[in-house]
Design a protein. Structure first.
Length: 131
């Protein structure tokens, strides 16, 4: 399954942005992101009422729209799971360890397979309006 996401934070960049009302707005600076980080527009996560967070694995991607294949789910104990996307044919590799380490240990970050991501997306899409 291919999905469209919005990259709000480019891999390796300290500059963070937020997707607000259809555009990217600067948020500030932080530690450089270990992955391309953003969201799935229009799909709400019931755990926090915000759009579902997404990660685009692979090389740095410019801010804005991106597309990728669903390859897994970063499961967090608090329910604020992250859908993992990757370019076609890309196999998750060396960035997985830094991605898991990016989250506080008490959130118990765990990498789950593609099937878990698809089940999560199906479960929440039944209760979430699309743009």
């Amino acid at each position: 399954m291919r999905l469209r996401m919005i990259v709000e934070w480019t891999k390796g960049s300290p500059f963070r942005y937020a997707w607000k009302e259809g555009r990217l707005v600067p948020v500030g600076q932080d530690q450089p992101a270990p992955v391309n980080y953003g969201l799935l527009p229009g799909l709400l996560n019931p755990a926090d009422g915000e759009e579902v967070d997404a990660v685009l694995l692979g090389p740095p991607h410019p801010l804005g729209e991106a597309e990728g294949e669903v390859v897994g789910l970063l499961h967090l104990q608090d329910g604020d799971h992250k859908v993992l996307l990757a370019p076609e044919g890309y196999t998750p590799g060396e960035e997985v360890a830094p991605l898991l380490a990016w989250f506080a240990p008490e959130r118990r970050p765990t990498l789950l397979p593609k099937e878990a991501a698809l089940a999560f997306l199906q479960r929440i899409s039944m209760a979430s309006p699309r743009e």
